[in-house]
Design a protein around this ligand. Structure first.
Ligand code: MOS
Length: 764
């Protein structure tokens, strides 16, 4: 079925935070951000700002009635700076005024004197200074130290990935409305209504049951609103509570880019050892995560880097250590893949380095080492692998031999245009790595007219989760989709929710919907069984009609519902689901953290213009492990979007902070995101359909994050194209591979004169 939002999206009728009608008297907020990255506030002068027209009040940390704290995992993040500032963009004060423009004008009149302190932006430097968010963690399998002597080939190197701006189309924001007895209703653009509720509770001192956080939908999240929506909601809540007026804050794009964290940049070291048959015997990695100035979700992101440090490969001896390094950047946060892609880039770099040195295609090493069922991941879980199935299907379906031949022929006949190929297998674990978060609840009401309303903890952010929730209810009751409505996400209806994150939202909430609907269905069946004097097993609901002993009756769904109501049978249910079987012991770094894994393989083809440094992605051809897809149109959209977002991270998007910790790429004029020209000319997606994973909803598989990692293949395909032009190109593993870097690598000092382009060469 179509995404249920498609019609309102098309008509522009879908409601986002900025579409919520404003209550009379609503005030508007704007934060005054720290102009420098690290220092001590010596003086804060609000007098001129306070006298600006329309200003209602300016709040500082002194106005906070309870705790000045929004840190989720670790309480290390003040809502408003108190004495210290830790990053450029850190909110110091909040102006509340009659209009948005008045608030922003007043922000410009605030004067602050900050005594600067040394600024660290590099994670390795932070680690050397022992500036760590949490103690380092190490995952171990086998014994690397004793394996090196057995390796025929050993390679070492480093690999860096940059951050990534989430660039959700809807910026961060919140709208807080005072209710009676100090309660607050808050509309928030958040992936995590409960996280907002907790943060607001902490800051205001109100109990969680006084806080209704409601989300209709988000214009994108990508992880950026998993934890970082809290600040804006807490600021609005604070002002609304103290002024007894509705307060709204919807961030300007440049505020959002400057004040919020991004994907974590990583700097990493690797060492890889292979035998003569290219089997990887040992792998060591050290990951330096640039966490920014506060913990935010960094410790959890760090963990996922370790979980995915061997990607889709089985390596018998692994030692991987990860450091979460505190720098003076805005706290970095969740971003689609949640640290996994950063870990996977490093093993792919290690394999590429080995392949280049050995003079073989990386795919030879990749294929030899794919993880198979029964192999152990470094964290102890045994694989139920589709890695080889995806890989071999891709090779055959897309005829890798012919792609190679065509590329070789092209490269032979073109001097300045070169094609490159890379294969990118992926493996991604599904479940929150923190076991307790793998729970969800759903509330289902059947009304007496037969219509059904479903509430869950899932937040719709364009990923189509509401459509999938609706499908579950419609399928269990066997009623048309038009009979089911998915309600907004509200902490008054569904409590203690996990964020919509970790690709697991449809699984967790879908299972809860399934349980709730099944419970109501069983009650309805019991009613019918009594009426027909047969056992409930003889009762069936098919296409809105009641069937008894395989025969259609004259009763439709509505009549059955009404009969149950008359008999005073409950037509509502609130169900709870917790993923069974998963566990993880962080003291041993071993366990079974994931319900299942998602696998896939992409064949990536690129062309580099070696005169200009520009390039195109010709094709990304994928065999992806869908399980039994619930909604192929939605899943296809997730995969295409993920691939393009991954390509952006790997090739174009360059988050640039200067040495003083100021964001230089602070607008779309200086931060390049994929446009229609960066999209692969061809995206082919083949469904590897399996029916194994009952821990997923209807044996579908989670689809949100994994496809982003196909984009990593584009980086390595570009590298191969560049090597076809200049085998001596100087190419450190340093993503993104921007056109500027391509050009510089191709013509770096070691390039020989012979391959330098000559005037008048026809490049086409
Ligand atoms: Mo997602 S990166 O798990 O919000």
């Amino acid at each position: 079925m179509n995404n249920i939002d498609s019609i309102t999206h098309l008509r522009g009728e879908s409601i986002y935070l900025d579409d919520i009608p404003l209550i009379n008297g609503t005030l508007f907020a704007a934060a005054f951000p720290s102009p420098i990255a690290h220092g001590i506030i010596k003086q804060l002068d609000l007098s001129e700002a306070e006298n600006m027209p329309g200003v209602a009040r300016i709040f500082t940390c002194k106005d906070i009635p309870s705790e000045n704290q929004v840190g989720g995992i670790i309480p290390d993040e003040p809502l408003l700076a108190d004495h210290h500032v830790h990053f450029c963009g850190m909110p110091i004060a909040l102006v509340v005024a009659e209009t948005r423009d008045a608030a922003r004008a007043a922000v410009k009149k605030i004067k602050v004197v900050i005594e600067p302190l040394p600024v660290i932006t590099n994670p390795r430097e932070a680690q050397e200074n022992n500036e760590l968010i949490v103690p380092p963690r190490t995952f171990r399998l086998g014994d690397t130290a004793n394996t090196w002597p057995q390796c025929a080939h050993v390679f070492e190197g480093s690999a860096d990935t940059n951050g990534q701006e989430h660039l959700y189309i809807e910026t961060q924001g919140a709208y807080a409305l005072p209710q009676e007895n100090n309660a607050l209703k808050i509309y928030s653009s958040t992936q995590a209504p409960t996280a907002v509720q907790r943060a607001v509770s902490k800051v205001t001192g109100l109990s969680m049951h006084q806080l209704d956080i409601e989300v209709i939908r988000l214009g994108g999240g990508f992880g950026g609103k998993e934890d970082q929506a809290n600040t804006w909601a807490a600021l609005c809540a604070l002002a609304a509570l103290l002024l007894k007026k509705p307060v709204k804050y919807s961030l300007h794009r440049m505020e959002d880019m400057a004040m919020t964290g991004k994907r974590h940049p990583y700097s990493s070291d690797f060492k890889i050892g292979l035998d003569n048959n290219y089997k990887i015997l040992a792998y060591e990695a050290r990951f330096f995560q640039n966490a920014g100035a506060a913990a935010d979700l960094s410790p959890a992101v760090l963990e996922r880097t370790l979980f995915h440090c061997t990607n889709a490969y089985f390596i018998p001896n692994v030692t991987a250590t990860a450091y979460s390094c505190r720098t003076h950047l805005p706290p970095n946060t969740a971003f689609r893949g949640f640290g996994g892609p950063q870990g996977m880039f490093v093993i792919e770099a290690a394999i590429a380095k080995a392949a280049e040195a050995l003079g073989i295609p990386a795919s030879v090493i990749q294929e030899k080492n794919l993880i198979t069922t029964g192999d152990e991941f470094p964290y102890g879980q045994k694989a139920e692998s589709e890695a080889t199935a995806c890989w071999q299907n891709a090779m055959q379906l897309y005829d890798i031999g012919s792609i190679r031949r065509q590329q070789a022929a092209f490269n032979n006949s073109h001097k300045l245009l070169k094609k490159g190929l890379a294969l990118m297998p992926i493996c991604f674990g599904i479940s929150f790595t923190k076991t307790l978060m793998n729970q969800a609840r759903a509330q289902v009401h059947v009304y007496t007219d037969g219509s059904v309303a479903v509430s869950t903890g899932a937040v719709e952010m364009g990923q189509g989760v509401n459509t999938k929730m609706l499908q579950v209810a419609a399928q269990v009751f066997s009623i048309p989709a038009s009979q089911v409505k998915i309600q907004s996400t509200s902490t008054y209806r569904i409590a203690n929710t996990s964020p919509s994150a970790a690709s697991a939202t449809a699984d967790l909430n879908g299972k809860a919907v399934l349980l709730a609907c099944t419970e109501i269905l069983n009650r309805l069946k019991a009613v019918a069984a009594e009426e027909w004097n047969t056992p409930p097993t003889a009762i069936e609901l098919k296409d809105e009609w009641l069937w008894v002993n395989g025969e259609k009756t004259g009763w439709d769904w509505k009549r059955l519902v009404m009969t149950a109501f008359v008999k005073r049978i409950s037509l509502s249910e609130h169900a709870h689901y917790a993923t069974p079987e998963i566990h993880f012991d962080a003291s041993k770094e071993k366990g079974h953290p994931f319900a299942y894994h998602v696998y896939g393989t992409a064949i990536v083809e690129t062309t580099v213009d070696c005169l200009r440094g520009i390039y195109t992605t010709d094709a990304v051809k994928v065999v992806h492990d869908f399980g039994s897809s619930m909604n192929t149109a939605i899943d296809l959209g997730q995969i295409e979007g993920g691939i393009v977002q991954g390509i952006g991270w790997m090739t174009l998007e360059e988050v640039i902070y200067d040495k003083e910790g100021r964001l230089r790429s602070n607008a779309l004029s200086t931060y390049k995101v994929p446009d229609v020209y960066s999209v692969p000319k061809e995206i082919a997606i083949h469904y590897l359909a399996t029916e194994k994973d009952n821990l997923a909803i209807f044996r579908s598989k989670a689809v949100g994050e994994p496809p982003l990692m196909y984009g990593i293949g584009v980086y390595f395909a570009l590298r191969n194209a560049m090597r076809a032009f200049n085998p001596n190109a100087v190419m450190p593993f340093d993503a993104p591979m921007t056109p500027e870097k391509v050009l510089m690598a191709l013509y770096a000092a070691t390039a020989t004169a012979a391959i330098k382009p000559q005037a008048g060469v026809n490049i086409i």
